[in-house]
Design a protein around this ligand. Structure first.
Ligand code: UDP
Ligand code: MN
Length: 332
């Protein structure tokens, strides 16, 4: 009886082990199955897992970049453009890539410089952007209108170098850009050399659907305007020097339209009694409360070309020449 009972107990223990073993084996096999399904892209579970994961990742990555760059923009007195595309463009994925054809290149010139400065442009960088570049002058010139492929626009503004004449030309440049279907308005002087591919590369980093004012100041501090009658507060703002070239996105230009189109630009210039490039800065920074973004690759004639590092030359966007003194010419 005692022996029978102990044999029964042995059998029960063996059966319990067997059941446990089978149970563990079952759990193990089913876990391998789930793993295989997930890794091999099994229809349901893998799609759910991977897509959800990716969406979460890219969303949080996008948010982080956007928040950081907007914060930087508001925090600093002057906003610096970055060469690192990832830091600059939050919207690369939201709008089609900018190409040369999206840019309206606007060059201010005057009759007396057609045979010299304009001729130099036509022989050099114009060849790379002849469909996108327009020249704004102050006289009819059939010869150069032909040479530019009909892109020489007579603004009928005065040919002098005074503030009003320059504002008059800028006003026509701005209106002509607005009438075009281009995404970027880039202004240059006729003593600028433009590195066309580098300009395109720069603008690829910014969305024309956002408000961008890209340029380079020629002064170290924001410009201060002192109220003449003492009744108003003094104001200060940054402006991009016209002689280095600057660009404005269509989104920002459209916001400028109520203030600056149809000749209103000249009236604003008259109010502040400052030149065209300063007037642009005043409209953007003071009237529209947007910020200039500084682009280091732009160079006015106020910067000696000699100090531009030779290694950097390929990457500069604009250069400008001038006769700095009788013997010292600002060229390479
Ligand atoms: N300019 C003009 N009328 C003039 C002299 C110059 O429209 O009587 C234009 C010129 O074509 C250039 C810009 O103004 O695009 C700046 O001229 P410049 O380089 O001679 O002088 P800066 O102001 O740069 O010292
Ligand atoms: Mn100049």
């Amino acid at each position: 009886m005692g022996i029978r009972a102990s044999k029964l107990a042995q059998k029960i223990v063996l059966m319990a082990f067997g059941v446990c073993y089978a149970f563990i084996l079952f759990i193990w096999l089913s876990s391998i199955n789930t793993l295989t399904l997930t890794q091999s892209g099994g229809q349901w579970s893998s799609d759910q897992l991977n897509t959800g994961h990716q969406r979460r990742n890219s969303f949080s990555g996008y948010q982080e970049r956007a928040a950081r760059s907007i914060f930087e923009a508001r925090d600093s007195s002057v906003q610096k453009a970055s060469n690192n595309n990832n830091n600059v463009n939050n919207n690369k994925n939201l709008s089609p890539k900018t190409t040369l054809n999206d840019i309206f290149i606007s060059v201010k010139t005057t009759k007396k410089f057609h045979t010299t400065r304009l001729e130099s442009i036509l022989k050099t960088w114009f060849k790379l952007a002849n469909n996108q570049t327009y020249f704004f002058t102050d006289a009819e010139d059939i010869k150069y209108n032909n040479k530019t492929g009909g892109h020489l626009i007579n603004t009928n503004c005065s040919s002098s170098h005074n503030r009003r004449a320059l504002c008059c030309k800028m006003s026509v440049e701005f209106d002509t850009f607005i009438d075009s279907n281009k995404r970027w308005f880039c202004h240059l002087d006729d003593d600028n050399y433009l590195n066309v591919p580098q300009l395109v590369r720069l603008l690829e980093n910014y969305s024309p659907l956002q408000d961008w004012y890209l340029g380079k100041p020629s002064i170290r501090q924001p410009l201060q305007i002192v109220s003449r009658d003492g009744k108003q507060d003094n104001i200060s703002f940054w402006f991009a020097t016209g002689g280095a070239g600057f660009c404005i996105s269509r989104s920002l230009a459209l916001k400028m339209v109520p203030l600056a189109s149809g000749g209103k630009f000249i009236s604003i210039g008259d109010q502040i009694r400052l030149p065209d490039d300063v007037t642009i800065g005043y409209i953007v920074e003071r009237l529209l409360n947007k910020k200039l973004t500084v682009v280091d690759g732009l160079h006015s004639h106020l910067e000696a070309i000699k100090v531009v590092n030779r290694d950097q030359l390929r990457r500069v966007i604009t250069l400008s020449y001038s006769q700095m003194s009788n013997i010292d010419i600002n060229t390479l």
